[in-house]
Design a protein around this ligand. Structure first.
Ligand code: HEM
Length: 339
């Protein structure tokens, strides 16, 4: 039987591919004949994935809490994947699948599209956060949460890495000390001492760092400082500034960045805050399930005013950061629940 031309052509290409690496195609064809078909469960690693949910208590709702955190971490992973692509100008993969390394120049279309991907991941997370807010029995949550201390979503390193990749580091410095350092060459290590999140993990009574923070620092501070240095010239703001003037003025590009700012610094923090209000706020004082932090003063974006791209917003918009949305979208009219 005569072999079809296109199959012959492909075998020839394969021969070239393996020859280039000094390999004999014959052995690889033997391997192909012997190997099993790929299955969905092996490729997606479903069995392994389903072994990763291990509650610490017998309360049935704890598994919802674990799975939803894992879903969030996976979306964070996708976000970091896209930010990493932009930071390095995108991968240069040839038509034959060969990886030629990072591209030399950033394509403005790639920039806007990848930022929009991150926006979609965060929009999915913001929308699905109802699974946390309304999807667990409060009584169960309050019981099993005590078995998880001092762990907290506060210790999500990927969340912080998304921030580091998105903006100039100065914008993540505590807003009360930030202005003293703008325009100066303060070393990253020194700025890092004043990172905004320290305020979210300081004990109200003593002013000391919580164990949650101490453990987080022990595990990740070095890694964060390394990443901050690496991203000084390739965070999303720097990549935006590296574009031609015409592209920097493109409304699609500007809006993609502004949307990222709103998604990461207002919309997600607000739905997240809503869950803290639902579970932890009580008339008689807050539930002690948070390591004694002042989460009510810390979590609402209107207090934190974390802004990745202050240059893209008007003074009024910055002044109103995180306010309007609260009243119209997240909270009903109950005054006590408003941040
Ligand atoms: C019932 C659900 C949740 C409640 C009640 C809750 C509560 C809190 C509280 C009170 C804090 C302040 C720090 C502390 O005192 O520990 C916090 C911080 C944080 N949580 Fe959650 N959380 C919930 C779900 C989640 C989920 C699903 C994630 C996803 C990873 C998450 C990620 C974070 C992050 C990143 C912070 C730090 C925020 C910042 O520094 O601005 N949380 N959470």
């Amino acid at each position: 039987m005569l072999m079809q031309n296109d199959i012959l052509e492909k075998i020839k290409l394969l021969e070239d591919k393996y020859a280039q690496m000094g390999q004999d195609i014959n052995s690889y064809l033997d391997g192909l004949l012997l190997s099993n078909y790929l299955t969905y469960w092996d490729y997606i690693q479903v069995d392994t994935l389903l072994t990763l949910q291990n509650p610490k208590t017998d309360f049935p709702d704890e598994v919802i809490f674990i799975v939803y955190h894992q879903i969030t971490e996976l979306y964070f992973k996708l976000s970091l994947h896209e930010l990493d692509q932009v930071a390095h100008n995108g991968r240069n993969i040839q038509g034959n699948g060969k990886d030629m390394g990072w591209k030399e120049k950033l394509d403005p279309v790639l920039f806007a599209e990848r930022i929009m991907r991150v926006n979609r991941y965060f929009e999915a997370l913001t929308k699905s956060f109802e699974i946390m807010v309304n999807g667990m029995e409060k009584e169960q949550f309050l019981r099993y949460r005590m078995a998880l201390l001092p762990a907290s979503g506060f210790q999500s390193a990927q969340y912080r890495m998304i921030e580091i990749a998105s903006t100039d580091f100065i914008n993540l410095v505590d807003k009360d000390v930030r202005s003293n350092h703008i325009g100066k060459n303060t070393p990253v290590e020194e700025l890092f001492q004043n990172i905004y999140w320290n305020k979210g993990a300081t004990e109200l009574a003593s002013g000391k760092k919580t164990l949650t923070l101490k453990q987080f620092e022990k595990k990740y501070s070095e890694k964060f400082i390394e990443m901050i240095k690496e991203y000084q010239d390739k965070n999303m703001w720097r990549k935006y500034l590296s574009l031609d003037e015409k592209d920097r003025k493109n409304p699609d590009i500007i809006n993609a960045l502004k949307q990222l700012d709103v998604n990461v610094n207002i919309n997600w923090p607000l739905v997240h805050y809503k869950s803290a209000v639902r579970y932890l706020q009580q008339n008689t004082g807050d539930v002690a399930a948070t390591g004694g932090t002042n989460w009510q003063k810390y979590l609402p974006p209107r207090f934190q005013k974390r802004i990745f791209y202050p240059e893209l917003w008007t003074e009024q918009e910055k002044e109103d950061w995180g306010k309007g949305w609260v009243e119209t979208n997240v909270f009903n009219t109950k005054h006590s629940e408003r941040p």
